[in-house]
Design a binder for this molecule. Structure first.
Ligand SMILES: *[C@@H]1O[C@H](CO)[C@@H](O)[C@H](O)[C@H]1NC(C)=O
Ligand SMILES: *[C@@H]1O[C@H](CO)[C@@H](O)[C@H](O)[C@H]1NC(C)=O
Ligand SMILES: *[C@@H]1O[C@H](CO)[C@@H](O)[C@H](O)[C@H]1NC(C)=O
Ligand SMILES: *[C@@H]1O[C@H](CO)[C@@H](O)[C@H](O)[C@H]1NC(C)=O
Ligand SMILES: *[C@@H]1O[C@H](CO)[C@@H](O)[C@H](O)[C@H]1NC(C)=O
Ligand SMILES: *[C@@H]1O[C@H](CO)[C@@H](O)[C@H](O)[C@H]1NC(C)=O
Ligand SMILES: *[C@@H]1O[C@H](CO)[C@@H](O)[C@H](O)[C@H]1NC(C)=O
Ligand SMILES: *[C@@H]1O[C@H](CO)[C@@H](O)[C@H](O)[C@H]1NC(C)=O
Ligand SMILES: *[C@@H]1O[C@H](CO)[C@@H](O)[C@H](O)[C@H]1NC(C)=O
Ligand SMILES: *[C@@H]1O[C@H](CO)[C@@H](O)[C@H](O)[C@H]1NC(C)=O
Ligand SMILES: *[C@@H]1O[C@H](CO)[C@@H](O)[C@H](O)[C@H]1NC(C)=O
Ligand SMILES: *[C@@H]1O[C@H](CO)[C@@H](O)[C@H](O)[C@H]1NC(C)=O
Length: 817
């Protein structure tokens, strides 16, 4: 599972629109129906249909026997005959059983049952006998199982949408031969892998088998298709929309695709395409949207590939290791709106063709090997841009040269060589009108003190100035950043207090001030009730951990490691409910926190944590982390027993302090724990037997304490190396070499039965590994692999249609019909 996760786990940008691209934009109202009255047989059929359906939101309340059925909501009648001709039941709340009474509606040509929830039942086979249908939309309706062959009897059908259902599959596609009128075919996220070669079949068996020549719209997105993209696709000359994204096609893009002269939208992203990209693609003069990113292409792409693409607006090439090799004086035929070119090889020279792009609003050229100075025209050219992502290049630029028009919302220039005093950048007159929401200049060479000019930057939501050469105190004026949700100043030489004015930044969810020279943890921190991540690691903090920290009920990450904190661990930690309460249903939703969405882009926070002793970067996974790291301080006293109430904590590190007393007896209640490090303290007494209940434990370190007695036996506890227990002279039993019998006799206690030698069984070691990875990936895994959850997730996404998000499962749908 972890491996499949890794392949899916490639982030990219999503402009999420509801998945409805239906050709009909007919907006109908009940009142618009003329005064023909309803045909009684149709009315009875509809009443029967209603009885079978569940309708919690009473969207069918107008369907009453006393009213003319032609004025019921969602029902449209033929003006002349009074027969029901259209049913628009895409209400998002219907479920239950679809009655066969629909068959009575002999004149029905339009049936839309999409965006409902039919609870993973099969598509009714009788739909295949509704011969008058020209439009059938069942997308996003939670149908499961085999797509019935009977649908192939619908010879008048022009539009068939079965996409985005939870678990639909086909066993063959021969039935499709009957769909002789089909123009629009949406099978996205169905499982076609049993029919992998169906496209080849189409080309080899006479064409009459698949009368798909009229096809204009074909979506085979997420269909588990493998092998190569068939040449024969080039024969579907009427195609205007082709989506083969999120499959496993390999090899080249066939040059026959250059024959699709009407195509406007072409998705080939997220496959295993590794061959050549034909120059014939450059002939597609109607093409507006081209997605070829997220493929292992290693070929070169040049001017020829774009020769006639004068209509191109959206180019998605990110995450394809292509070389983008064009002349420095190239003037492209297109005017792009969106250029997604992350990790494409563009450099080392700055791409001068950008200068010709007058309507560009989104530019991602991160990780693209650009080095040297940014040309003079560049910052002025940004006049119409919203998002600039030049992170992870080698661009050298004096920050005082940066100009930001008020259109720019996101500027990410992290990990380059921008230099100069940060105050000249923040205070310069020409950018005082900026509307920046995201500023990430981490990992550059900025110097000097944080300026007092923050009042000009009040639209900031995310600010990352980490890993520069900043010095001095945090200025009081930073309190002006009242919209701030994350403030990252880590790894600089900032000293002194966190000023009281920061209290005004009450939207802060993430504070990272690690690796600086700060002083004490302020008491007002308890008032920052939106805080989810507090990282004050390695920053020379002294004094106590304030009890106020327990007021941070949303806190998931508390990292105060490697400071000089003294006193005891607050005994109120159980008030931090984000670590104490199960997050059940919220799991799928919380997947999205720390993804922040802006106009065309999402910003993902990134924090260095050391959940298992070693620092690593957390980005997409950050919201899955529940961590307390207080290691390497001077904490004393005992571990508060109520720490065991933190039932969803995953990582606990209290090592290298002066803690005394016993390990809390109920530590076994912390069922989600993956890692506990209590080493190098003065803990005494026995290891609590409840510890054997920690089935996800992948790391345990109890070494160098004064623990005594027998190590409880469990699948996990014996699987750790003996070094994790050493330095406790009175501890005995497997995996330590010391025999407990002697130990227990000397302690004058009766033995607790015979030593179980189970741990030698290798299956226990395997069990441990599985337990661990299962635990760690359980949440993300579930989102991707549990289809019901995925459905719920899609559904949720659908409800916030004006959002733009990052996910791994949805992709950019940019159709403007
Ligand atoms: C429909 O009813 C209106 C009056 O309510 C009448 O004026 C009109 O002629 C009728 N139309 C038809 C087609 O019967
Ligand atoms: C149903 O679909 C039609 C056509 O796509 C659309 O105009 C309408 O808004 C949808 N109705 C609902 C309730 O979503
Ligand atoms: C409808 O389709 C099924 C399965 O494809 C087929 O067996 C049946 O003969 C068809 N019925 C008619 C009336 O065409
Ligand atoms: C389709 O494309 C192929 C390869 O580019 C070409 O050989 C063939 O002539 C084209 N067919 C038509 C009908 O244009
Ligand atoms: C592309 O991938 C396939 C399958 O992994 C492999 O057989 C083939 O050799 C690769 N082709 C190139 C040009 O790398
Ligand atoms: C600049 O952007 C705005 C809004 O995004 C757009 O309406 C306008 O046409 C763009 N200007 C140019 C020159 O493309
Ligand atoms: C950029 O614009 C600023 C202000 O409009 C102007 O002063 C400067 O000369 C311009 N620089 C270039 C290289 O065009
Ligand atoms: C910075 O960018 C370079 C490539 O320019 C990359 O190799 C390195 O991993 C990046 N470092 C960080 C911390 O992202
Ligand atoms: C901290 O910043 C320095 C340069 O200022 C950099 O070399 C180092 O890699 C950074 N450390 C981390 C953990 O990012
Ligand atoms: C910018 O590019 C980096 C590296 O590809 C990526 O991690 C980040 O999400 C992108 N977007 C923004 C808004 O920073
Ligand atoms: C382990 O958990 C089970 C069920 O939650 C409980 O009944 C049992 O007492 C626990 N064992 C120990 C040693 O705490
Ligand atoms: C432990 O000691 C007892 C009695 O001295 C002995 O019977 C047993 O074999 C020993 N076990 C191990 C693992 O050495």
């Amino acid at each position: 599972m972890a491996a499949s996760f890794a392949t899916l786990h490639v982030l990219f940008l999503v402009w999420f629109l509801p998945a409805t691209f239906s050709l009909s934009f007919f907006f109908f109202k009940a009142e618009s129906i003329s005064n023909v009255s309803c045909y009684e047989k149709d009315k009875q059929a509809l009443l029967t249909l209603k009885r079978g359906l569940t309708d919690h939101e009473h969207v069918l309340s107008s369907w009453s026997d006393r009213k003319d059925c032609c004025i019921w909501d969602g029902v449209l009648c033929d003006k002349k005959t009074g027969r029901v001709s259209e049913l628009h039941l895409n209400y998002s709340s219907l479920g239950g059983e679809i009655s066969g009474s629909l068959l009575q509606l002999e004149h029905l040509n339009y049936l839309d049952l999409s965006t409902n929830d039919f609870n993973c039942t099969p598509i009714p086979t009788f739909l295949g006998s509704m011969y008058s249908l020209t439009y059938l939309d069942l997308h996003w309706a939670n149908f499961c199982g085999l797509i019935p062959h009977q649908l192939g009897n619908l010879s008048s059908l022009r539009d068939l949408s079965l996409g985005d259902n939870s678990d639909l599959y086909v066993d063959n596609l021969r039935w499709m031969s009957g769909l002789s009128a089909i123009q629009y075919l949406d099978l996205r996220s169905s499982d076609l892998h049993k029919e992998v070669d169906w496209l080849q079949i189409m080309s080899n068996i006479p064409p009459s088998i698949f009368n798909l020549e009229k096809l204009e719209y074909l979506s085979l997105y997420i269909n588990k298709l493998t092998e190569q993209i068939p040449e024969a696709l080039g024969q579907l000359k009427h195609l205007t929309y082709l989506d083969l994204g999120y499959n496993s096609f390999n090899g080249p893009i066939p040059s026959s695709l250059g024959n699709l002269s009407r195509i406007r939208t072409l998705f080939l992203n997220q496959n295993q395409l590794n061959g050549t990209i034909p120059k014939s693609l450059g002939l597609l003069s109607k093409l507006e949207t081209l997605y070829i990113g997220q493929n292992p292409f290693t070929c070169i792409i040049d001017e020829g590939h774009f020769r006639k693409l004068s209509k191109l607006k959206i180019l998605y090439m990110s995450e394809a290791p292509l070389s983008f090799n064009v002349n420095s004086n190239w003037v492209p035929p297109f005017q792009l709106d969106y250029a997604y070119m992350s990790s494409t090889k563009i450099g080392p020279n700055f791409p001068s063709w950008l200068q010709s792009q007058r309507s560009l609003s989104f530019l991602d050229m991160s990780m693209s090997g650009i080095s040297g100075k940014a040309p003079g025209w560049f910052w002025n050219w940004t006049s119409n841009v919203s998002v600039i992502n030049f992170s992870n290049n080698h661009i050298e630029c004096d920050v005082s040269d940066i100009f930001l028009s008020s259109t720019v919302k996101v500027l990410n220039i992290a990990n380059n060589s921008f230099y100069g005093p940060i105050s000249t950048f923040l205070c310069q007159k020409k950018i005082r009108k900026n509307k920046l929401a995201v500023l990430d200049v981490s990992n550059n060479l900025l110097s000097g003190e944080l300026s007092p000019c923050w009042k000009y930057w009040q639209s900031l939501i995310h600010l990352n100035l980490g890993s520069n050469n900043l010095v001095g105190r945090i200025p009081y004026s930073m309190g002006a950043l009242v919209n701030l949700q994350s403030l990252c100043l880590q790894n600089n030489s900032i000293y002194g207090d966190m000023p009281l004015s920061l209290k005004k930044c009450s939207n802060l969810e993430l504070i990272d001030m690690g690796d600086n020279h700060l002083s004490i943890i302020p008491l007002w921190i308890g008032e920052m009730t939106n805080l989810k991540v507090l990282r004050l690691r390695s920053s020379e903090f002294k004094g106590y951990i304030p009890q106020q920290i327990c007021q941070l009920s949303s806190l998931r990450v508390l990292d105060l490691a490697n400071n000089s904190l003294s006193g005891s661990i607050p005994n109120c930690l159980k008030n931090i409910s984000a670590m104490a309460l199960p997050y059940s249903y919220d799991r799928s939703l919380s997947y999205m926190s720390f993804f922040y969405s802006y106009v065309y882009v999402s910003y993902v926070e990134n924090v260095q944590l050391a959940p298992k002793g070693k620092e690593m970067e957390y980005k997409e996974n950050l919201n899955l982390v529940r961590l307390i790291d207080l290691s390497s301080n001077n904490l004393s006293g005992s571990i508060p027993a109520e720490i065991s109430d933190l039932s969803v904590l995953r990582f606990l590190n209290l090592s290298r302090n002066h803690l005394m007393g016993m390990i809390p007896e109920k530590i076994g209640n912390m069922k989600e724990l993956e890692s506990i490090d209590l080493s190098r303290n003065h803990l005494s007494g026995k290891i609590p037997p409840s510890m054997s209940n920690l089935t996800f434990l992948g790391l345990l370190d109890l070494s160098y304490n004064n623990l005594s007695g027998r190590i409880p036996s469990s699948t996990q506890l014996q699987s750790f190396d003996a070094v994790k227990y050493i330095g406790n002279p009175q501890l005995c039993g497997d995996p330590l070499p010391k025999n407990c019998t002697i130990e227990e006799q000397s302690l004058n206690r009766s033995p607790i039965g015979s030593v179980e030698d189970d741990s030698k069984n290798s299956s226990f070691y395997i069990g441990m590994g599985v337990g661990f990875s299962t635990g760690f990936w359980a949440i993300c895994g579930a989102l991707f692999f549990n289809r019901t959850w995925r459905h719920a997730y899609f559904r949720f996404a659908n409800e916030i249609t004006d959002w733009i998000y990052v996910t791994t499962m949805i992709k950019m749908n940019l159709l403007k019909s």
